[in-house]
Design a protein around this ligand. Structure first.
Ligand SMILES: C[S@@+](CC[C@H](N)C(=O)[O-])C[C@H]1O[C@@H](n2cnc3c(N)ncnc32)[C@H](O)[C@@H]1O
Length: 280
């Protein structure tokens, strides 16, 4: 009989050979999922023998990860600001840096009662659902151009009991109403050229619709800035996530579109990641 410790060791080695940047962490997450344990329990049951069914289940999870499928897709869920979101290949895996965009949104909404908010390109619903969870008085609307993504967001909203209004829409075109205090978006921002150099998790597994935005990665912002301006109340804000090196261009685009003085927040790696600006 092979022990859990040995399976963990072999899985880590296999994932390392197949190019995972975090092989031990991946192996722990996959085995914990396959065996129905928490990561802590892996250690308390280190010497436990695994039977054939358990081995086969774990092997299949590790095999998929060896093909560089994101761990989140393999286990079917991912954490975002304390929410457990179901995710699969229909949506981008929510990233930790997007949690900082939500921090900025909460700050922008701090003094506003019952704010009306719209999340453009909601994917699995990470931004919209965490805003609704952390500001239950907010009226949260979310949209996506992908019906597949909206289905994932709707299932997450229902499971978490969070009331978010969802619309199938190209940016804000099919979203009804105005008077938004905040328009927030983590849109596609990878340029076609950059895409070729990205890790296979992103370039081969995550939806292209969620990642690529034209030749310089700024195409979606250029369309969104004027659309958002038409829906914001005076003093409302647009808050955006952007890619490494894009913040200065985005700040310039905001100024050209008539927004007020923009602010920029770095992420934990020091990359300028969140750009926001008031409307008027
Ligand atoms: C980078 S993902 C972000 C997903 C999610 N908001 C997050 O932060 O994890 C971008 C999302 O925008 C959607 N999208 C792309 N183009 C769009 C458009 N023109 N209108 C609305 N949504 C769009 C994609 O389908 C995808 O779900």
């Amino acid at each position: 009989m092979i022990t859990l410790a040995e399976v963990l060791r072999r899985s880590t080695g296999y994932l390392e050979q197949h190019g995972s940047p975090t092989p031990r962490l991946d192996a722990e997450l996959l085995l914990a999922h396959g065996l129905g344990l928490s990561r802590i329990e892996l250690y308390t049951q280190y010497e436990r023998p695994l039977d054939d069914d358990q081995l086969a289940a774990c092997r299949e999870l590790v095999r998929r990860r060896g093909l560089r499928e994101p761990v989140a897709y393999v286990i079917g869920s991912w954490g975002f600001r304390g929410l457990d979101l179901a995710v699969d290949a229909r949506v981008l895996v929510p990233r930790p840096e997007t949690e900082l965009l939500v921090d900025r949104c909460l700050e922008l909404l701090e003094a506003v009662e019952r704010p009306r908010v719209v999340d453009v390109g909601t994917g699995a619903g990470a931004i919209a659902l965490s805003l609704k969870s952390e500001r239950p008085d907010a009226e949260v609307v979310a949209c996506d151009i992908s019906q597949d993504a909206l289905d994932v967001a709707a299932a997450n909203a229902a499971r978490l009991g969070l009331d978010v209004e969802l619309h199938l829409s190209d940016l804000l075109a099919q979203v009804p109403g105005d008077g938004f205090r905040l328009v927030v978006s983590n849109p596609p921002y990878v340029s076609e050229r950059e895409m070729a150099n990205l890790e296979p998790e992103l370039s081969e597994h995550e939806p292209r619709l969620a990642t690529v935005a034209g030749r310089d990665g700024l195409e979606v912002y250029r369309r969104l800035l004027p659309e958002a301006a038409g829906r914001l109340v005076d003093g409302g804000s647009l808050a955006l996530e952007c890619g490494s090196g894009q913040a200065p261009a985005l700040v310039a685009e905001l100024a050209a579109a008539g927004y007020g003085q923009a602010g920029v927040d770095p992420d934990l790696a020091g990359i300028e990641r969140v750009v926001w600006a008031p409307w008027r």
